[in-house]
Design a protein around this ligand. Structure first.
Ligand code: CU
Length: 102
């Protein structure tokens, strides 16, 4: 199953939400992103999360974050990229999605 189809080189803002009562670490493959805010404010980003490229973002319980991202490499449905929680037990339990760049 492909969760997202992203136009190549498009500059996008993604919003991700952790609606659970435990933290997660959002991780994306094939690109990196610049965090914009957490829970609606840049003040909720740590110093090491600002103005830099990341491929993992800590998501506290009940939090929402936005980041700007650009996918510069094509991929397809045979070898899609993925995003997932970087906590191994969560990843193994299926907390992940797949996306293509077209
Ligand atoms: Cu997790």
């Amino acid at each position: 199953m492909i969760n997202e189809e992203v136009p190549v080189n498009n500059i996008e803002i993604w919003e991700i939400t952790n609606n659970m009562m435990i933290p997660h670490n959002f991780h994306i493959h094939g690109t990196h992103f610049i965090p914009l805010d957490r829970n609606g404010s840049t003040n909720n980003l740590e110093a090491w999360e600002r103005n830099c490229y990341k491929d993992v973002l800590y998501m506290p319980p009940q939090s929402t974050a936005r980041f700007v991202v650009q996918m510069t490499d094509y991929t397809d449905t045979v070898y899609p990229y993925m995003y997932h929680c970087h906590i191994l037990e969560h990843e193994d339990a299926g907390m992940m999605g797949q996306f293509t760049v077209v």
